[in-house]
Design a protein around this ligand. Structure first.
Ligand code: PG9
Length: 614
């Protein structure tokens, strides 16, 4: 049986709906001269690079680079790529490069390659590859203005920010968009130590089964079934991957937050901004929502020259790159073209200033599209200082309110049985293969949470109908007091905006349950991510779970809801609920049901900490 089959990223990107970027074939009559070159790196390896130089160039121009593992050859001329069209109109020399070991470049691909050993002049990493590329471009491409910028989304955002860790002196501006920052704590591969199973496996296949992109052939449309039938995670290597995927093997070898993950993380690799740097994050980014927020925060501590900026918008992963951005899934933004605005008014103007000296150079520290009110806002700090932490508490009978629970409450906890053989789907089934045809992966964070409303293994608390707007801007935290009969447990917390029962503005959205902030925490890591420990059965423990940034108005007439559950499958692997040293090596018999209790008593007052703005 053929296990893997390859497809070009072209098809994946088509279904990504970023298709406007790549949908049109290269035409010989466009406005650019296109050259394909192999640029030598310091260790002799050559990287495949496509360079677009404007045909009617009247002034010296800066370079704009994008470095990617997803293949550059299919890309049309810059003015035909929606993502960079506004910059193409301004005039740049565009440079697209296959990173080491991918597509037409020589060398070996390494997932998020570590920093090189700088004592060895021939040692390489993504920063040195960018450095060597810029050096070559300055010397070999005529009529450049001596400046370069780099941008990109996700992996390409990560290559951009890594370039900023050790920049060529000509590199003046870096726009990292949806970069991962820490693959154990957030982003693609784990969240708070909980493993992102479907993404982790499918992405390892995508990038490591061949030099070009590969999709796994599941022979099954609803992969929820496939992952459930897989059983223990060791079956991936035993039955399918046969140790051929380095990233999958690293998941198994590094089940805790050891130096492998720590040294890969941006917090380890970033110190202060060495170029102007812009971070771009989507509030409903299903892959790397937290990365840019973390990168911004780390650099902001040392931003003496005010060169560190953040932009947050109502987007899925890369949602700002194509289309207008007037909606996401079922959610509409009052006709505001958020993606168009980002490309024209933010991205293009920012590069024009730093690379061409065009414009007034005035950029807000933080620009955010506030959802609910559907307005762009500018802040002088992120999170804004005016937000005040306010707890919204869980109560008996499914109630949620800003009042702290009192001892007189009759019931002090709610409970459910979490059965790993019947995990709660993370989105409504069928769960299509992540990047497969017709996949709804791109919008799942905006999906109506009513699809789990009546499950006995999902707890729900909600406020009365709000009599005035509640605005939250900044970081949301969950403080959970919980116990389990098992020795390990996952806690998934979702903060939800419940639309009114009758909703004249858009009747079919009546009662909609929209996730505003959410995350999962793997209980074994409650005291240390490096040294996990079993949970003591039935002992109430405090879990503080970062639900990350939101800028949202819960409108008058809506309700605020919180849901708690212990499975989110298959985006998160099943916790066996019995402590084992390494879940990747758990046996099927280790998976057991457990009773989970979430407390709301005066001493164990579970709550969500909201950054409320009056
Ligand atoms: N989210 C993808 C990714 C980035 C970096 C590492 C692993 C995966 C991406 O969209 O590129």
């Amino acid at each position: 049986m053929k296990v893997f089959f390859t497809k070009k990223l072209f098809f994946i990107m088509l279904s990504l709906a970023v298709n406007t970027l790549f949908a049109q074939p290269v035409k010989p009559d466009d406005k650019y001269n296109r050259q394909e070159v192999m640029i030598p790196m310091r260790d002799g390896i050559k990287l495949h690079t496509v360079i677009y130089t404007p045909k009617n160039q009247t002034e010296k121009l800066p370079f704009l680079l994008e470095r990617t593992p997803y293949g550059v050859n299919e890309r049309p001329s810059p003015e035909k790529q929606t993502y960079i069209k506004d910059m193409a109109d301004d005039g740049y020399i565009f440079v697209f490069q296959d990173i080491r070991g991918r597509y037409l470049s020589e060398g070996t691909f390494e997932m998020q390659r570590f920093n090189r050993d700088k004592s060895n002049p021939k040692a390489i990493d993504e920063a040195s590859d960018t450095y060597d590329t810029i050096e070559w471009l300055l010397k070999n491409i005529a009529d450049n203005n001596g400046k370069a910028g780099i941008y990109g989304i996700s992996y390409d955002g990560w290559t951009a920010i890594i370039a900023a860790t050790d920049p060529h002196p000509a590199l003046k501006a870096v726009s990292e968009q949806a970069t991962p920052a820490d693959m154990f704590m957030n982003d693609d591969f784990h969240h708070n130590g909980a493993f992102r199973l479907s993404y982790g496996f499918e992405y390892s296949v995508l990038t490591e089964a061949a030099k070009t992109d590969s999709l796994y052939n599941f022979h099954e449309y609803d992969v929820y079934n496939w992952y459930l039938n897989l059983g223990a995670l060791s079956n991936i290597n035993q039955k399918y991957a046969h140790n051929t995927l380095p990233t999958w093997n690293n998941f198994i070898a590094h089940p805790n937050y050891d130096s492998f993950w720590q040294k890969q993380a941006l917090a380890y690799r970033l110190d202060h901004p060495r170029t102007a740097i812009q971070h771009v994050s989507g509030y409903w980014d299903q892959e790397d929502m937290v990365g840019p927020q973390t990168a911004y925060k780390v650099l902001e501590k040392q931003d003496k020259d005010s060169q560190n900026f953040i932009v947050l918008g109502p987007w899925r992963h890369g949602g700002w790159a194509g289309g207008e951005g007037k909606s996401l899934g079922n959610i509409k933004f009052d006709d505001q073209a958020t993606a168009t605005y980002f490309r024209k008014e933010i991205q293009a103007k920012w590069f024009a200033w730093y690379l061409k000296g065009k414009g007034d150079g005035k950029f807000a520290e933080a620009i955010s599209f506030q959802t609910g009110s559907n307005q762009w806002k500018s802040y002088s700090a992120w999170p804004p200082k005016e937000a005040v932490e306010k707890n919204i508490y869980f109560h008996a009978d499914g109630k949620l309110s800003f009042d702290k629970p009192t001892t007189t409450e009759t019931k002090t906890f709610d409970s459910y049985v979490s059965d790993p053989s019947k995990p709660v789907p993370y989105r409504a089934r069928p769960v299509e293969e992540t990047y497969g045809p017709g996949s709804r992966w791109y919008f799942w964070l905006t999906e109506d949470q009513r699809f789990v409303d009546n499950r006995p293994d999902v707890l729900t608390w909600q406020t009365d109908t709000l009599t005035e707007d509640v605005t939250i801007t900044g970081n949301v935290l969950a403080k959970l007091y919980a116990a389990t009969t098992g020795t390990d447990a996952d806690w998934v917390v979702k903060l939800i905006d419940v639309y009114p029962k009758e909703y004249k503005k858009e009747p079919k959205m009546a009662g909609y349950e929209l996730m505003i902030a959410d995350d999962v925490f793997r209980g074994r890591f409650r005291t240390s991510f490096t040294n996990p420990s079993p949970i003591i059965p039935n002992k109430v423990e405090e879990y503080t779970i970062d639900l990350h940034a939101a800028d949202h108005v819960f409108k008058k007439g809506h309700r605020i809801m919180v849901q708690v559950q212990s499975t989110w499958f298959p985006v998160i692997d099943r916790n066996p609920q019995k402590y084992v040293p390494n879940i990747f090596e758990a046996k099927e018999s280790d998976y057991q049901s457990a009773t989970q209790k979430v407390y709301h008593s005066v001493n164990f007052a579970s709550s969500i900490v909201l950054p409320v703005v009056q």
